[in-house]
Write a protein that binds this ligand. Structure first.
Ligand code: IPE
Ligand code: IPE
Ligand code: MG
Length: 250
């Protein structure tokens, strides 16, 4: 893993990346429409940006990159668009199966995988198993697929309630740390920085539990145009923030 304290950004400045960055990969459709292309062309370009940004994050020493790829609400889109997104994911996972071991990239999925096509689910299972073989310190990309922050909380609550009903848990023992272990992100620190490109100023159901003290960075750049220098800017903005966590600076 790259030395987190000695990495330089694209302009040669020293960079201290956060440990966990999360990104709402938004603006693919508008990017394509602006070019007179079908929306699916935007998703293809967006998938390339993901590859590039994941590699960059790994190289600068970010440990976790969580990306929003498909929300629980995105099923409202046309069958063609949903099919294209799933097809791109499948292609990425097929590649990942061959390269993640050599590149030391762990891949995990957040979200409810039950309605995902069996073929894609099987591939996700395969990348999961490869990830288990890699070192815990290796870079990890978390792909949010059929993910919704509310759905994640509901699934966690259902599981905890079932364990209480079975006499395995008591409601009084539930605290912040224990509840976190019922989430898809169990064992992973909350993201210090959440980035949303494309000019939208909302979370759209992303990481509702984990974002409690995240710093937010919004940019008008559309996801397919997002690059390493944009990420550097987001990290620089993050460092300019005064994170107080409810306390008072002396
Ligand atoms: C993000 O880009 C990708 C997904 C939501 C799957 P969009 O497809 O939402 O692009 P815009 O927001 O319509 O431009
Ligand atoms: C959020 O983007 C979901 C993903 C990027 C996967 P959307 O484009 O679906 O969000 P809204 O509709 O603008 O809120
Ligand atoms: Mg969008």
């Amino acid at each position: 893993m790259a030395d987190r304290l000695k990495t330089n950004d694209t302009a040669g400045r020293e960079l201290h990346p956060p440990r966990h960055i999360a990104i709402i990969m938004d603006g693919n459709g508008r990017w394509a429409t602006l070019r007179g292309l079908p929306r699916t062309a935007g998703h293809k370009a967006g998938a390339e940006t993901f590859r590039r940004i994941a590699t960059y994050c790994k190289n600068i020493g970010v440990q976790y990159l969580t990306v929003y790829a498909f929300s629980t609400e995105n099923w409202k889109r046309s069958e063609e668009e949903v099919g294209a997104i799933m097809g791109l994911l499948k292609r990425y996972l097929l590649e990942a199966v061959d390269t993640m071991e050599k590149d030391h990239i762990r891949l995990r999925f957040f979200g409810d995988m039950t309605p995902i096509a069996p073929e894609l689910r099987a591939l996700a299972h395969q990348t999961d198993e490869i990830s288990d073989q890699l070192a815990p310190g290796d870079f990890q990309a978390n792909i949010c697929l059929n993910y919704g922050g509310r759905d994640e909380i509901l699934r966690a609550v259902r599981k905890f309630a079932a364990e209480c009903a079975a006499g395995e848990k008591r409601p009084e023992e539930l605290d912040d740390a224990m509840f976190s272990m019922y989430m898809d992100s169990r064992g992973i620190p909350d993201p210090e920085l959440i980035i949303r490109p494309s000019g939208e100023l909302r979370l759209s159901n992303f990481l509702l539990w984990q974002c409690a003290y995240s710093e937010f960075y919004f940019t008008d750049v559309l996801w397919p145009d997002f690059d390493e220098a944009e990420l550097d800017q987001a990290i620089a903005a993050y460092h300019a923030r005064d994170r107080r966590f409810g306390g008072v600076k002396k």
